[in-house]
Design a protein around this ligand. Sequence first.
Ligand code: DX5
Ligand code: ZN
Length: 221
Amino acid sequence: MIPLPTSTSHWIAPSLLSADFANLADEVRRLEAAKADWLHFDVMDGTFVPNISVGIPVLASLRKVTTLPIDVHLMIVNPDPLLPAFAKAGADTLTVQVEACTHLHRTLNYIRDLGCRAGAALNPHTPIDCLDYVADCLDFVLVMTVNPGFGGQSYIDSCTKKIAAIRKRFPDLPIEVDGGIKNDTIGRAAQAGANIFVSGSGIFAQSDYAQAIAKLRTNAA
Ligand code: DX5
Ligand code: ZN
């Protein structure tokens, strides 16, 4: 299984949702050269979120062109039946939305049994209490800082205190943040205790990915 960040690390995970899907291999090569830590791969089903993105065949193709960890964010209802296929296609992490899982504890254990790191994602309105009861089978938490479904939305500032609350309650749990992470917001999330920073439009809107990632890292620190 892939390594996880320590509670003081600042890892950058570009979200491929904002990449040029017609040139994905080239985009990935540029992100590798730009020193991305993880590649964030957003899967949407048109039901859990009002949008559809990419799925298993695209993940399998991507796996062939990169050795970077692929961080798979499943914004889909009832993920369990599809988890083995995502693991087989090359996912290193599988993150499920807690709102979409009736048996979250079972789902997280299933992800680990498949050899992947298990993540639980919380929508902006979702309280953190459920984490208490799944802490033993959780590798990291994903705090959504926008309502999931689209790239390019604005950071919801009330989520900053949620990051801080999780950090306080779980001092060693890696915290990933996703949504509206840019140069002007990454510092707030980092200060509150986040370690893995997903950024889509914040990176892909720049022509120089290396410079964009380096700048995010500087602003996180
Ligand atoms: C949104 C996705 C994000 C999205 C982030 O539902 O989970 O990963 O790509 O995009 P930005 O960084 O543009 O907000
Ligand atoms: Zn995402």
